[in-house]
Design a protein around this ligand. Sequence first.
Ligand code: PMP
Length: 435
Amino acid sequence: WLRRDAAAVWHPFTQHATWTDDTPTVVDRAEGPWLIDVDGRRYLDGVSSLWTTTLGHGHPDVNAAITAQLARLDHSTFLGTTHTPGIELSEALIALAPRGRGPDLTKVFYAGDGSSAVEAALKIAYQYSTQTGHPRPTFVRLDQAYHGDTLGAVAVGGHELFHRAYRPLLLDTIGVASPGSRDHAPRERAALAAAELTAAMRDHGDQVCAIIVEPMIQGAAGMLDYDADYLRLARDLADAHGALLIFDEVATGFGRTGSMWAADHAGIVPDLLTCGKGITGGYLPLSAVLAAEHVYDAFLTRPGDTAPRTFFHGHTYTANPLCCAAALANLRVMAEQDVIGQAARLGDRLGKLLEPLAALDGVTEIRRLGTMTGVEVTPRGERTGFRVCQAARDRGVWLRPLGDTIVIMPPLTLGDDETDLLVNALAEALDEVLA
Ligand code: PMP
């Protein structure tokens, strides 16, 4: 299988022809939090298959919902037709939307994955500006941010690695210091980030259609958590300058941080909220933009308009009914089994179990919000984080690094024994690589 894979498959973010040690594992089956490869080896999936399988694999209720939907309606376009799972899911998402300072989120626009939800939100924000005042072609974005890999999402990311290859293609943005940046001590970084955001809006606010941030913790940036005050400031500045506020909750949504949304920790509501990953419990690709009524309203063509206000965006598989049925089942299970309560308890337990590792020589810092966890190691030779993950994999635990930050993002329902196993394997791996 590996030979055939290397001959025919182009993997994301991978060059396994030259990085021979990054050989993919050939996954054959999955059960709960376990991945099983073609040779029958079992791995505890410590990153929920890229932060998505919040209930673990093969939950009977989600499986049943998908097969029932499959027997009824597999796919129908969402352009000109609608369907009951799409309607019900929209209602459910609106009922679950964050509450607090900011508008109620009352409309759901579907997309296929996190990047395309971000892409839709950016286009909505720009078009909103043209239809409510004047074109504002600029976005404010955080340094180190990751919002996906389509062109718009890359542009509002803050990572040189992703910008370098595509710079001439990218949108106009203003990068500001991340409130989670570890380049400065906690109080300094909060003050610096606040000052940069304030200055960016003071100097360019009239050109800014939206500020986009991952609330409370920047996941793919390396699990950089920060204080809720920054989100309050972002809300105030967006309002003061007539810009929209976008929260990207693709990683943080659906219980990952120990509450339904990361926004709940701050009590701040954005004008647009993107979500994906955990929405279907990781079963099928689906994402969404939750939008405030005032944003939606700007897209309704009115008598006397000289041009349509239509949002020119929508894909073949938008709101695929199987995906919507999976998401509805996932949300039902989350409510019935208090999965968010489980996630909060799992996060606390992980925090306690990881505490002794923070004292290890070679562990720089452990960062966490709920179950979103990053263990940063001090580089010891080439690709230290990767080698720690390899050593954990040798012990049957699947982890992935972000540079030298080892990410732990387990299913939210992970049991105590499995949590112990995960932390013990990581401890041994750190011991082996950092010794
Ligand atoms: N936004 C955030 C915050 C993410 O973490 C990710 C993926 N890691 C994305 C967007 C892109 O999502 P996808 O990979 O599903 O396109």
